[in-house]
Design a protein around this ligand. Structure first.
Ligand code: E4P
Length: 215
């Protein structure tokens, strides 16, 4: 399973790389805005750190604008993946960019049929937003299961990025389903590593070690 960090924060990316857990990064306009730096600076720093796929999102709403932005983003580095929203214009842009050999991450996927369209248009990745579905009482993980089945049925060359992840159980469920990629906030990666019994166990070993006679 590939782990992407869903962040534009350099310290988080550096820390995650140090843990050996960063196979790629996804960003979006909201994550970039959180950094309070200009887009250019964030992108430069992220690309300098990350070897794996880095998703950068277009902000145009029409096909021509998306394609123009997508081409510019893709030209920045070989590992850039152009993130395109799942709209009618976005689908057209995906088809054009994919035909040019540019990797596209079709984002804001909330139904299996949207994912089918994106895969058919040539998207290299589809990003179902499971947390936002859970937020409105729809089972986000059921969507992941449906998309995985559809992609497997037709052998599309498209990977599923489980996105909008809120907690470690989302990671567990996605892993049990065999999702290709999960993109998570750094906080979730930290939560996955921790267990109160591990902390208690470490403390007990350290306390007992003090009782061992020293020469
Ligand atoms: C995915 O690529 C998105 O950046 C992200 O997962 C959205 O998550 P949110 O619902 O927490 O904003």
């Amino acid at each position: 399973m590939k782990f992407f960090l869903d962040t534009g924060n350099i310290d988080e990316i550096r820390e995650g790389i140090g843990m050996g857990m960063v196979d790629g990064v996804t960003t979006n306009p909201s994550l970039i805005a959180r950094e309070k730096k200009d887009f250019e600076s964030v992108v430069k720093e992220v690309l300098a750190l990350v070897d794996g796929p880095v998703s950068l999102e277009v902000v145009s709403e029409d096909v021509d604008g998306m394609v123009e932005e997508g081409r510019k983003l893709a030209a920045r580095a070989d590992n850039v993946v152009v993130k395109v929203p799942m709209t009618m214009e976005g689908l057209k842009a995906t088809k054009i960019l994919a035909d040019e050999g540019i990797a596209v991450n079709q984002t804001l996927i909330f139904s299996p049929l949207q994912a089918l369209l994106a895969a058919k248009a040539g998207a290299a990745y589809v990003s179902p937003f499971i947390g936002r579905l859970d937020d409105v009482s729809h089972d986000g993980m059921e969507l992941v299961e449906q998309i995985l089945t559809i992609i497997e049925n037709y052998a599309y060359e498209c990977e599923v990025i489980v996105a909008s992840v809120r907690h470690p159980l989302h990671v567990l469920d996605a892993a049990m389903l065999g999702a290709d990629v999960i993109t998570m906030p750094f906080k979730v990666l930290q939560q996955m590593a921790r267990h109160p019994l591990t902390d208690v166990g470490v403390q007990r070993f350290l306390d007992d070690w003090k009782k061992v006679p020293k020469k």
